[in-house]
Design a protein around this ligand. Structure first.
Ligand SMILES: [Fe+2]
Length: 429
């Protein structure tokens, strides 16, 4: 029995396996580009329970239709190795990843919370748990799991970054910003903390500060994985958008946001979300939908996360991939009969597709009942605001401006410096 970098016992006698586990942990927490090395380490140590469990987790983080199949071989090996003295923590983590592979992320999150209570030095497991809570729209859960492991990890910038995002999603903005800044004091290049503070500034309409914050940290994002790189630039682009600097947004899109890892879910989501937002503001995005939608079309129906599918259907609709769009919608109806798929994702998908196709009356009718329910499909407040904007745009174009006027007035009160908030209110009049 050896110990990992945080002092957690690992049931291995192999130093190379332990080094691979430590490296994977650091790479996941820092959104590095080197997490993939865990696959080779697992292949090299087929009896290693933890290394194979983590390799399975990496497959699942890719969030595509093949993820569970790719994870299976690693999970099977990890389960076969359980008899040879695996620790309780390793058993629990394997059970959590097994549930994740079976798409029972509620169960996965629950086990991860139990690990956080019993083994608070396992910050990597808590990171997995915060990811599940995020995808499930469980705001309280995002903060709760971070709090459980906080005292054991205050020396780590990553810990403060996790707290910052948990606070931010729970509308505790001052605490979020303080935690994010604490992380950056410990480790200036902590991209998740840059991200959490950007969320605070976005919510508070602190646009110029947000630009300075993100532009200042951007050089340190080189070498981060494509999700973190493209998503942090996506946040910078939102700030530019709020100053109506649309050319700067398109420039960032072309240079930084689309083109890093085009097959990856999160890259596609960041790209689609940005083009979608630009069009809601009346900006001509040229031919840019074509490439994004082509990559989305290659996925086929996967249904990994409802939040993802909402972006995929919009990209397919805007890119003219009608056959793939019909197939994805049909598959959502047939294969995901429970909530939130049935009650939020499916009518939401039909609503945003109606908007993408210019049927604004239908879009408003479909999206109006969902305006308080988007949290159920996961994603951050800032990301989900896209669905609210789409509902508002549909209302304005369908002649229902009076119905949404109070919402537009509130949005202007929340972010009084943002010109587009005023323009939308004028459209309602
Ligand atoms: Fe974000």
């Amino acid at each position: 029995m050896l110990e990992d970098w945080r002092g957690n016992p690992v049931s291995t006698s192999r130093e190379d396996t332990l080094a691979a586990i430590d490296r994977f942990s650091e790479q996941i927490l820092s959104y590095g580009n080197g997490a993939g090395a865990i696959l080779g380490a697992a292949e090299a140590d087929p009896d290693g329970v933890l290394v194979n469990t983590l390799a399975a987790a990496l497959c699942l983080f890719l969030e595509d239709g093949k993820s569970a199949r790719n994870a299976e071989a690693f999970l099977t090996r990890a389960e076969a190795g359980l008899g040879a003295g695996a620790s309780e923590r390793e058993r629990m983590l394997l059970a959590a990843v097994r549930s994740w592979a079976a798409r029972d992320t509620a169960r996965a999150q629950q086990i991860q919370e139990e690990i956080a209570s019993a083994y608070p030095r396992d910050i990597l497991s808590a990171k997995f748990g915060q990811y599940h809570a995020f995808n499930r729209g469980d705001l309280a859960g995002m903060l709760r799991i971070a709090e459980k492991v906080f005292a054991a990890n205050t020396d780590l910038a990553y810990m403060h970054g996790m707290m910052a995002f948990g606070y931010e999603q729970n509308h505790r903005l001052q605490e979020a910003e303080a935690a994010g800044r604490r992380a950056v004091e410990i480790m200036p290049a902590e991209p998740w903390a840059h991200h959490a503070v950007a969320h605070v500034m976005e919510t508070q309409g602190r646009v110029k500060e947000g630009i300075a914050w993100m532009e200042g940290h951007a050089p340190s994002w080189e070498g981060r994985n494509s999700f973190m790189l493209t998503h942090n630039y996506w946040h910078l682009a939102l700030f530019y958008m709020d100053l109506d600097r649309h050319d700067a947004v398109l420039d960032l899109y072309d240079r930084r946001i689309w083109g890093v890892f085009k097959a990856y879910s999160q890259d596609q989501i960041n790209a689609a979300s940005l083009l979608w937002r630009l069009e809601l503001r009346g900006v001509d995005v040229g031919e840019r939908w074509a490439d994004v939608s082509q990559h989305v079309a290659r996925r086929g129906p996967e249904h990994v996360e409802p939040f993802h599918d909402l972006h995929y259907v919009y990209a397919l609709a805007r890119g003219g991939h009608d056959r793939e769009l019909a197939s994805l919608l049909q598959s959502m109806r047939a294969s995901r009969p429970a909530s939130p798929w049935r009650d939020v994702a499916l009518p939401g998908a039909e609503g945003v597709v109606a908007h993408a196709k210019g049927d604004h009356a239908a879009a408003f009718r479909l999206l109006d009942p969902l305006r308080e329910r988007w949290q159920e499909i996961g994603g951050s407040h800032a990301q989900r605001d896209l669905f609210i904007q789409t509902w508002l745009d549909a209302a304005l174009r369908a002649g229902e401006g009076a119905r949404v006027r109070p919402v537009l007035e509130q949005r202007l009160r929340d972010r009084p410096e943002i010109a587009v908030c005023r323009r939308w209110l004028e459209r309602a009049a």
